[in-house]
Design a binder for this molecule. Structure first.
Ligand SMILES: [Fe+2]
Length: 155
């Protein structure tokens, strides 16, 4: 659907396609972070349990904003687990890992996602859709903060 906001349909489609990858990847990261929240164990259990909870709560807000941003660009947001897995740049965690491996994996995922979103911002800026470029930039900043926190645990 044409939003008549002055951005060509073709460019809108490109941006929706990229936002869909972001949405799917955030969902995979969200589910993984919940899994780690449920299964982390050891001396620092409560600290890590709460740390992961804070992170998945932030991801939940981002997910909602990304899905609604797709709506604002005139398209539909995907919403099945299969679609999330198919479009995500991140992989689900099927193992049951120790605390350090959990932190390492999340950190790696944030790095992957930040780099992917950075590529999307460059692409988006070429379409004059500065609203989406700015929106994605704000997400990168949130992820950089989470990655910074995880790095402190990653000895
Ligand atoms: Fe909980």
């Amino acid at each position: 659907m044409d939003t008549k906001l002055g951005i060509p349909q073709k460019d809108m489609k490109t941006n929706v396609k990229n936002l869909t990858v972001v949405l799917a990847s955030e969902m995979v990261l969200y589910v993984k972070t919940r899994k780690f929240h449920w299964n982390v164990a050891g001396n620092s259990f409560m600290e890590m349990h709460k740390l992961f909870e804070g992170q998945y709560n932030e991801l939940e807000l981002i997910i909602d904003e990304v899905a609604e941003r797709i709506g604002k660009l005139g398209d539909k947001a995907i919403g099945t687990m299969k679609e999330f897995n198919d479009h995500s740049v991140l992989k689900e965690c099927t193992k049951y890992e120790e605390k350090d491996a959990m932190v390492k994996e999340l950190l790696e995922d944030y790095r992957t996602l930040i780099n992917k979103i950075r590529d999307f911002i460059k692409e988006t800026e070429e379409t004059d859709d500065f609203g989406t470029a700015d929106f994605l930039t704000a997400i990168i900043q949130k992820h950089e903060e989470q990655a910074w926190i995880l790095r402190r645990y990653n000895n």
